[in-house]
Design a protein around this ligand. Structure first.
Ligand SMILES: CC(C)(COP(=O)(O)OP(=O)(O)OC[C@H]1O[C@@H](n2cnc3c(N)ncnc32)[C@H](O)[C@@H]1OP(=O)(O)O)[C@@H](O)C(=O)NCCC(=O)NCCS
Length: 94
C-alpha cells in the first residue's frame, strides 16, 4: 500500500504471503511501488519500520532507503510499545 500526496509518497504496508518470503517478491513489490510513486511525480518516499524487523530493514536499505529519524513508542508491542525507524529515499528520474 502506498499513499501519494503532492511530491511525497509513503509506503504504508508491504507484505509477502507467509511461506513465500525470501524469493524476491518483497523487493519486486517495493520496486513496483517506487515506480508508481515516480510516475505520480513523487520526489521522495517515506516509511516506518520496527527496529526488530531486520528482514524489512535490510530490504529497505538495499533498495536505497536511509534512516532519517525515530518515532518513539509508535507501535504496539508485547509488554508495551516499540519505536519506529523512519526511513526515506530521494527518487531520481528513471
Ligand atoms: C519484509 C518482507 C516484505 C520481505 O519480503 P520478501 O519477499 O521476503 O523479500 P525478498 O525475498 O524480496 O528479499 C529482499 C531482501 O530482504 C532481505 N531478506 C530477505 N530474507 C531475509 C532474511 N531471512 N533475513 C534477513 N534479511 C532478509 C534481504 O535484504 C533481501 O535481499 P537479497 O535478496 O538481496 O538478499 C516480508 O518478510 C514480509 O512480508 N514481512 C512481514 C510484513 C512486514 O514486516 N512488512 C514490512 C513492514 S515495514
Amino acid at each position: 500500500m502506498l499513499s501519494i500526496a503532492a511530491d511525497e509518497a509513503h509506503v504504508l504496508n508491504l507484505c509477502t504471503a507467509p511461506g513465500h518470503e525470501g524469493r524476491g517478491l518483497g523487493r519486486r513489490m517495493l520496486q513496483a511501488l517506487l515506480k508508481i510513486a515516480r510516475g505520480h511525480g513523487a520526489q521522495r518516499v517515506f516509511l516506518e519500520v520496527r527496529p526488530s524487523n531486520r528482514r524489512a530493514i535490510e530490504l529497505y536499505q538495499r533498495s536505497g532507503f536511509n534512516e532519517i529519524g525515530r518515532r518513539p513508542r509508535y507501535y504496539p508491542a508485547v509488554g508495551g510499545r516499540e519505536d519506529a525507524i523512519v526511513m526515506a529515499m530521494e527518487l531520481l528520474p528513471d
